[in-house]
Ligand binder design. Sequence first.
Ligand SMILES: *Cc1c(COP(=O)(O)O)cnc(C)c1O
Length: 400
Amino acid sequence: MLPASVKSDFPILSRTVNGKPLVYLDNAATTQKPTAVLDASRHYYEHLNSNIHRGTHYLARAATEAHEQARLTIANHLNAATPDEVIFTSGCTDSINLVSNILHLEPGDEILISTLEHHSNIVPWQMLAQRSGAKIVVIPCLEEGTLDPVAFHNLLSAKTRIMALTWVSNAFGTIVPVEDMIARAKQNGTLVLIDAAQALPHMAVDVRKLGADFITFSGHKIYAPTGIGILWGRLDLLQQLPPWRGGGEMIKEVTFQVTTYNDPPFKYEAGTPNIEGAIALAAAIEYVDGIGIGEIHSHESSLIQAAADALKGISGIRLFGPAHRIGAISFAIDGIHHYDLGTLIDQMGVAVRTGHHCCQPLMARFGITGTTRASFALYNTLEDVEALVSAIKKAKLLLS
Ligand SMILES: *Cc1c(COP(=O)(O)O)cnc(C)c1O
């Protein structure tokens, strides 16, 4: 387990909510920010603020250097071949929209996704399907909340142009065996995008080992601010594919007749970027690397196991997802609406998420409208798990 002192790296965690100490278990929605990240944002605006890449003056150069250093830090964390493969976006949703807008599909092509997907890895593909006449094909989910491997085998075909999968389910905490699935898809000549929004905060992500073509995530799920995210893409693909948004920064030369585009990553970064966000994201990655992603993974695994064991003891509870989960645990209690449960335990200072978790098709698969979800970060403790379980027990008495 990590020392409880890491909690003091996060100023917000010392506040109270409804007169009770805050127990924050909504980390799959967004994480809290450590002082190191808050300081990086403030330092940028106090000492470096300037527009990047175009200026000749001192601050413009310093800001550019800090921004590109942030790209390098993130590239190193991902084991990218070059920082040119790291594109700054506004978040995971933006990254997936970017990829779905630069691929050219034709009628009859298929886009393979899964029942576990977040809406942001469904809707952009539906929009592409509508534009191109391609078809969405969905890998079904088994009762235990894992993907059906036999169905995957049968659904991957010569028509599958792109497979877009979440690595870790934000709703159930399921870890999808993406390594094997990517290998199969690549043998099939299929492009692969991995939504790593819930993987990056909890496990090592090595893009070269993984072998996917695109990887997406959001900064705010890994202790960085909102409004910044990453699209990692294979350099040769980024060089070949067309740009998406047009504007400043993504160009080499513009005339009224014709524009030549910049090289990646700048080709995909039209307009003034979120400079402070990029720098703060690098600070968050450095903070995580300072603790060690392996240590974070085992700490959070112990917490989630403790939560699962304690929750199982509550009568009428149904846990969703497999026994081996990461990040989040989802459950429902017979006869109690998730919204009522979430509202009551909030009164006791415990913050969880209730509802469909942006996964309505997954909820429909299980015949439910939503769940209660507790999701974990490196600063959570066994005391947080105890507070969660005891709040649920109290709420259950009040509600039944
Ligand atoms: C949060 C999340 C997203 C969307 O991220 P945004 O920050 O809202 O763009 C996509 N996929 C998964 C698995 C997520 O958890």
